[in-house]
Write a protein that binds this ligand. Structure first.
Ligand code: ADP
Length: 286
């Protein structure tokens, strides 16, 4: 169990990146969903012991993360937002190097582990290739392989599918979904569909605060019978924004659809919509 209690962080420039964040996270895939600038990376980096909060605590299975950084790191697999690689080194060499750093000194054991990881992330056929020549999706899969070394109990992946093409994203998400149920995997992302597809527990974070928390389906149910849509002209959007509780306006087939939140039928040509996680997300961040 990961227990984040009353975590706050203000950067020297005055930005309040985290404001009294509390979250209890159990085994399984947890989605931390929020727009750019919400505070996701600050939270992920703090859990990963790479920076300190101003106040609050993080406990992981009895370890006080801020006070026992080496202990936490032994149980952590981390795929940061910016995953730099040594361009001239091959995936195989790099995994051997990281495995040695993580204390796997027995040659036979390490060889078997590296081979199994390369197979798991579907990079075995590319194992001799320099990492600099890898595509975005291959780099992220390599990133998961390195994060899995040392049988971590807590895995953090920070915006892993941003910048991947749809096929690469699918492959990466399939890989994430195969990571054991018996550990905590935190997926930090602004991509609603990734959370829908993968997570059984989630939070929405905006402006450094947790604004929603729970099982995605349960959260969406709270919006049931309250989402209404209408096709409008592009220049009418601001009028609707002023008149209704707008969730979002988006292009669909070349014209504009507005989605509004209302407990009763707003009339005026609006149709009932099935609520989605996207509606919940936009209703909470705008
Ligand atoms: P996210 O990962 O959700 O995009 P971040 O945690 O990166 O959010 O950023 C949260 C806020 O803190 C943003 O307004 C960002 O500009 C600011 N911020 C992040 N890192 C720093 C820093 N090192 N110094 C000052 N401000 C920062």
């Amino acid at each position: 169990m990961l227990q984040i209690s009353n975590l706050s962080k203000t950067y020297p420039n005055g930005v309040k990146a985290l404001q009294d964040v509390s979250l209890n996270i159990s085994n399984g895939m947890f989605g931390l969903l929020g727009p750019n600038g919400a505070g996701k990376s600050t939270l992920m980096r703090t859990i990963a012991t790479l920076q300190d909060a101003d106040s609050g605590t993080i406990m992981f299975n009895g370890i006080d993360v801020a006070k026992q950084k080496p202990e936490l790191r032994k149980q952590l697999g981390y795929l940061p937002q910016e995953f730099g690689v040594y361009p001239k080194v091959s995936a195989e060499e790099m995994l051997h190097y990281i495995a040695r750093l993580k204390g796997i000194t027995n040659d036979k054991e390490r060889k078997e582990l590296v081979k199994a990881l390369l197979e798991q992330v579907n990079l075995y056929n590319h194992r001799k290739k320099a990492l600099g020549g890898y595509s975005g999706g291959m780099k992220q899969r390599f990133g998961i392989a390195q994060a899995l070394i040392g049988e971590p109990k807590l895995i953090i992946v920070d915006e892993p599918t941003a910048g991947l093409d749809p096929a690469e994203r699918l492959r990466f998400n399939n890989l994430l979904s195969e990571i054991g149920e018996n550990i905590i995997v935190i997926l930090s992302t602004h991509i609603v569909d990734d959370v829908s597809a993968l997570c059984n527990d989630m939070a929405i974070i905006a402006g450094g605060k947790v604004v929603q928390r729970g099982n995605p389906e349960d959260l969406v149910r709270t919006l049931e019978n309250r989402v209404w849509s209408k096709r409008v002209q592009k220049d009418e959007v601001s009028k609707y924004q002023a008149e209704y509780k707008m969730i979002l306006a988006k292009l669909s087939g070349g014209s504009m659809m507005v989605y509004v939140n209302s407990d009763t039928d707003p009339g005026n040509g609006f149709k009932a919509e099935k609520a989605s996680l996207e509606d919940l997300y936009f209703a909470n961040i705008s």
